[in-house]
Write a protein that binds this ligand. Structure first.
Ligand code: NAP
Length: 282
């Protein structure tokens, strides 16, 4: 039985769809904090079990009988180490032999602040004694296409990534990689650095957006603190403005550039070009 946490999230839902191409629905377990929402949203026939990262008892019973567990990192930044440790401890107590975790590209050396929680989780998993695979996911291209409406409205894209190159890929690509690892053998003990086959700077992203929309959307590069202030001014909460500004500063240092092509190798095809993700978003 293969279980997926965060199954009501955007990545988790795609992983479930992908798993169903390979395994019978009754062998797929969606671990969710809101079973009613999951039942409305997820495919029929799969098992839905309540599992809140903050509730160790629910986690342990939800994990009974699971042979492979995908722990999709929590979206609750700042609480993730405790939450992830809860899942790993519950997996051990429930007798789950194998865990796959979605981390961040080069978690052991990334300058991006988000890396700390991921690295601590990775170490906890490795030290747990469970068989494991770490999927160090680079950025989703959708992180940037989410800014397209604001960029079109204001006639410009803002960021603080300078000339930093971004090897992002579509969420679907990462979902297929996770499913591929879960339904095939030979991945235990491996740490994969996953990123897109193509790359771009934010100026190139803006140029492609301009080309596809026929609207001039130049890229305006700001300092990290100017970008954080602009995001706060646009109404983002402080933690998110800081996170995004810090991530762009990391991009400028090359944190999201990668030429290993491990993602394309895992999914058996080239990753989705960023221009195609832009095309789907506009
Ligand atoms: P998402 O759509 O925000 O999904 C997050 C999932 O985490 C949701 O299913 C959410 O459940 C679940 N969750 C949050 N707190 C929980 C808790 N206490 N107990 C149980 N489940 C909980 O994020 P995504 O796009 O699928 O991405 C998956 C993860 O990758 C994110 O959580 C984040 O750690 C990371 N991420 C990566 C990138 C990237 O570019 N690589 C970008 C953004 C995020 P509900 O549906 O109940 O809210």
């Amino acid at each position: 039985m293969i279980a997926v946490t965060g199954a009501t999230g955007q990545l988790g839902a795609l992983v479930i769809q992908q798993l169903l191409l390979h395994v019978p629905a009754e062998q797929v377990v969606a671990l969710v904090r809101n079973p009613a929402k999951a039942a409305e949203q997820l495919p029929a026939g799969i098992q839905i079990r309540a599992a809140d990262y903050n509730d160790v008892n629910s986690l342990e019973s939800a994990l009974l009988g699971v042979t492979k567990l995908l722990l999709i990192s929590s979206s609750e930044v700042g609480q993730r180490v405790v939450q992830h440790k809860n899942v790993v401890q519950a997996a051990k107590a429930a007798g789950v032999p194998y865990i796959v975790y979605t981390s961040i590209l080069r978690a052991d050396s990334t300058p991006i602040a988000l890396g700390k929680e991921h690295l601590e989780t990775e170490r906890f998993i490795i030290d747990s004694g469970l068989a494991y695979t770490i999927l160090r996911n680079g950025w989703y291209t959708e992180n940037y296409t989410a800014s397209i409406p604001a960029a079109l409205q204001h006639g410009g894209l803002i960021g603080a990534a300078g000339e930093g190159r971004i090897s992002s890929a579509a969420r679907q690509d990462y979902a297929e990689a996770a499913a591929a690892v879960l339904v095939s053998n030979g991945h235990a003990g491996k740490i994969y650095e996953l990123a897109g086959d193509d790359f771009y700077t934010l100026a190139e992203f803006a140029a492609e957006l301009s080309r596809q929309t026929g609207q001039n959307v130049p890229y305006h590069n700001l300092t990290e603190s100017e970008f954080r202030s602009a995001l706060l001014g646009a109404g983002l909460p402080t933690w998110l403005a800081e996170l995004l500004a810090d991530a762009d500063a990391g991009v400028e240092k090359g944190a999201l550039f990668d030429e290993s092509h491990q993602l394309g190798q895992l999914i058996g095809r080239a990753t989705t070009p960023f221009g195609r993700v832009i095309g789907s978003a506009i």
